[in-house]
Design a protein. Structure first.
Length: 202
């Protein structure tokens, strides 16, 4: 089946199963949950290597995000999928994760699926020019000795995506580097991580 046919099949399934999806959202323990989740997985993976997320919408009750997983080449594909979405009164559809309010103290799962606390309040960042409008994002996160490198990167990536939104992150952040302590040169230019959204929009 071609990509366009898979997209059409997905949105047709979505419209046909709105009642089931709503029931599962209102009652996560409902027996239809496994069917809805597995069907969403199958339909979306049939189109491409994307992930999805359903949560409360900004302007309507629900939103569905089909994410390119931070991959620039996949962003145009997720946009093409969302462009074909039906107009539904209770739903918003997005081709990338939107900026959202984030508590700077949160938890993240490590590779063994153990929850680990993260406190990003004392973190600082520096934007180092790369190519065009892109920057390397240097983050000082010296209060995380309890996190392995992969878990710390996942925590930083999650926070940056929440603060900027996935599309802005793709377009403006070329790379992320994490250090325990900034050197003297970068320390002078550092800003609190809570100001990252303002810094990237400048």
């Amino acid at each position: 089946m071609s990509s366009n046919n898979n997209i059409f099949a997905f949105w047709s399934w979505f419209e046909d199963n709105l009642g089931r999806i709503r029931t599962v959202l209102l009652d996560p323990s409902h027996p239809d949950r496994e069917y809805v989740v597995s069907s969403l997985d199958q339909h979306i993976l049939a189109i491409g290597t994307f992930t999805w997320d359903i949560e409360k919408g900004m302007h309507r009750p629900w939103s569905l995000t089909i994410s390119p997983n931070g991959v620039p080449d996949l962003l145009e594909q997720t946009k093409a999928i969302v462009e074909q979405a039906p107009e539904l009164a209770d739903w918003e559809f997005y081709p990338a994760h939107q900026p959202k309010k984030q508590d700077f103290a949160f938890t993240v799962y490590d590779e063994e699926m153990n929850q680990k606390p993260v406190d990003a309040n004392p973190w600082h960042y520096v934007l180092i020019p790369a190519s065009g409008r892109q920057h390397t994002l240097l983050i000082e996160a010296g209060n995380c000795p309890h996190l392995d490198d992969n878990t710390l990167y996942a925590a930083v990536n999650h926070l940056v995506t929440c603060l900027l939104g996935e599309e802005t992150k793709i377009h403006r952040i070329a790379d992320i580097e994490i250090v325990d302590e900034l050197d003297e040169e970068h320390h002078k230019a550092a800003k609190p991580i809570v100001q990252l959204g303002l810094g990237v929009s400048e």
